[in-house]
Design a protein around this ligand. Structure first.
Ligand code: PGA
Length: 249
């Protein structure tokens, strides 16, 4: 499976900074065929970054979208708008959205359905909090997030989802899950996809990427695991040199 290295810039970088980064990335990695490199700049920079990435092997993602196709939702961005500015992927269900903006599984499910309708590929984030892990509820939480987030989604579409396991306690904290902890969760996620959606969903070919304090030191150990097919990188993707080292792990 082709590994994915994705950058989630969150609420960082101006248009100018994003374009400069994308130009450097394009100069170095435009022809990269053996890994899928995805960057998710803030909404304001998507259009300009799309112009820089055009014609390269690099991919563009948004960080969020609304579940409805259009309407009276002041301040929101639709899937169609993301397609319009050149996005191919969209991050859905990031724990910061779930926890800080009260996004429920039910909204996430709607968003995924709308993303498919508009031909955007979802990067679907799931993960447990520290408290849930301490209570040994990790698998139960992951299963609920998968089941409810992907309710009524066809096996054929499940195949097109990139799953991102992001333990909440490891995001932005410097505490990465050990490669073994991450592998254990990824293996469980693959099994849950088979249980919930059957063999047709092709769980063995679905890419499950890890996110949570990934950096140039820990990337190789994580990528050594059989069920870890890439990384979703926040903090360490903001600096070009560190992100380039992660790509070249
Ligand atoms: P982090 O963020 O790498 O800064 O922990 C990862 C993410 O939230 O996607």
């Amino acid at each position: 499976m082709k590994p994915i290295i994705a950058a989630n810039w969150k609420m960082n970088k101006t248009v100018g900074e994003s374009v400069l980064f994308a130009e450097r990335l394009s100069n170095e990695f435009a022809k990269m065929e053996d890994k899928d490199i995805i960057i998710a700049p803030p909404f304001t920079a998507l259009h300009s970054v799309a112009a820089v990435l055009k014609g390269s092997a690099l991919h563009l993602s948004a960080q969020n979208m609304h579940w409805d196709e259009k309407g009276a939702y002041t301040g929101e961005i639709s899937a169609g708008m993301l397609i319009d500015v050149g996005c191919e992927y969209v991050i859905i269900g990031h724990s910061e959205r779930r926890n800080l903006f009260a996004e429920k599984d039910e909204y996430i499910n709607q968003k995924i359905k709308t993303a498919f309708k508009m031909n955007l590929k979802p990067i679907f984030c799931i993960g447990e909090t520290l408290n849930e892990r301490n209570l040994e509820k990790t698998f139960e939480i992951l299963r609920r997030q998968i089941k409810e987030g992907l309710n009524n989604i066809l096996s054929d579409d499940i195949k097109r989802i990139v799953f991102a396991y992001e333990p909440v306690w490891a995001i932005g904290t410097g505490k990465t899950a050990t490669a073994q902890q991450a592998e254990e969760a990824h293996r469980y996620i693959r099994k849950a996809i088979i249980d919930l959606f059957g063999k047709d969903a092709g769980a063995n070919n679905i890419r499950i990427i890890y996110g949570g304090s990934v950096n140039q030191e820990n990337i190789a150990g994580l990528m050594d695991q059989p069920d870890i097919n890439g990384a979703l990188v926040g903090g360490a993707s903001l600096n070009f040199e560190s992100f380039a080292k992660i790509i070249n792990f």
